[in-house]
Design a protein around this ligand. Sequence first.
Ligand code: NDP
Length: 502
Amino acid sequence: MAQMQNLELPDGRIFLGGEWREGRGAEITSLYPADRSVNRVLRGASREDVEEAIARAQAAAADPAWRNLRPHERAAYLYRISEGIARNAERIAQVQSRDTGKTLAETRALAASAAGTFRYFAAVLETEEEAMTPARGDYLTFSVHEPIGVVAGITPWNSPIASDAQKLAPALAAGNAVLMKPASWSPLVSLVLAQIVEEAGLPRGLLSVLPGRGDEVGETLVTHPAVGKVSFTGGTATGRALAEKAARKLMPVSLELGGKSATIVFDDADLDLTLAGVLFGIFSSTGQSCIAGSRLLVQRGVYDRFLERLVAATKALRVGHPADPATQVAPMIRDPHRDSVERYVALAREEGGEILAGGRRPEGAAYEAGIYYLPTIIAGLPNSARVCQEEIFGPVVVVQPFEDEAEAVAIANDSEYGLACGIWTRDQGRAWRVGRSVAAGTVWVNTYKQFSISTPFGGVKDSGLGREKGRQGLRAWMQQKSLYLDTSGRPHPWARLSELGA
Ligand code: NDP
């Protein structure tokens, strides 16, 4: 088993406008979910710390040395950050695994993707074009994009390095100064990223990484008049409350929120392909994924056969230590979160649900120290049941049968959420029809949970507002300006200057 020896964890100081210091806010504890050992106790940022960081960000954003950089010059910083992430990939992977309990295989992939995200936005920045629009008079018309100024990113605990990179890379590329607030359960990897950004030579003040309480650090970022945009990834209730506050100061927000995504298996699907995709879609990341395929809809003709295979495979998944390369299902993030998952499973039982696999903690000495939960399959409940409607955010899937295409779409859309959907069929026409009919930001056909930084991502309904990634991901951090340049050299006739004797 790969051991995390000599792992250099951040020392617990926060990164305030280019300076490493002790926070003045509430204490935060980072735990290793595999054995609950303490990684680091640190003092988070206080309201005063955040206000100071914002003041430094304002000065840094307005400095012509940053603001007037040409795109290829600004892109050079992002390339250097990308290279720094790649050089430090193993440390990032190890720190994030300690912070979140994710398998090293997964955190290594996330580190590589974060390097790719910075490289992608550097390339977008260098190749982005502004528009010269058709003029309707003796002037030239231009539409250009400018930085917003001071912006903030607020991220959850489940994939911190990926969430950080998806906000920080385009926000910096756009020419802003950025304040990042990581989740209190996973503060460490964002501080490693701050070290890398500092080493890349980014001018001081342009980045602050401010772990701290959501209702203190997060609230201050959202309500402060100098912050011009907040991009939030997290739960729907938190996102909605944040958007209400942002509306009061007419600030744009981008919201990547929760999900209860449907995976639809038709009778004609390739069942080997489907089984592997369904297992990965719900149980990878221990189900702690916004896009987890947590509602499984299976057509009646194949329901019994597919369920039998799914149950057997689920029971055989390797639940284990994050550093063991054989592990498929690692520990959950924290005890209170596992408690919440257990309450949902108890509720399913009370409502008459049948637990076909899991439904409890694994037993044995190997599991005692960590926060483990077995991959769980629940069947026999209508779509109106709370476990079919609410996001559980753990290794729990609810299964329902359906008769035909129309019913599958109706059940899939009978949800407050609209983040993702999986469709498993050999019929491309059906895949297209269903894919266009479901209310979801992302649809996968005969695959699931695949990501490309060049493809926009986001949700509909209660799953969010706005899109990250893709070329337009850069524009989301900018504001548009129109410029009219006179080409006539003549005074405007309306003034009739000659009559005015002027
Ligand atoms: P939360 O909504 O609890 O927290 C997200 C972030 O918001 C944390 O940094 C948190 O800080 C902060 N926060 C809390 N209260 C406030 C506040 N009043 N003002 C501003 N910020 C605040 O979500 P979780 O961390 O529990 O993450 C899980 C959720 O994230 C799930 O619902 C999941 O679906 C969603 N998610 C969505 C993704 C997407 O792309 N659509 C991707 C990943 C996750 P603190 O930790 O200090 O409380």
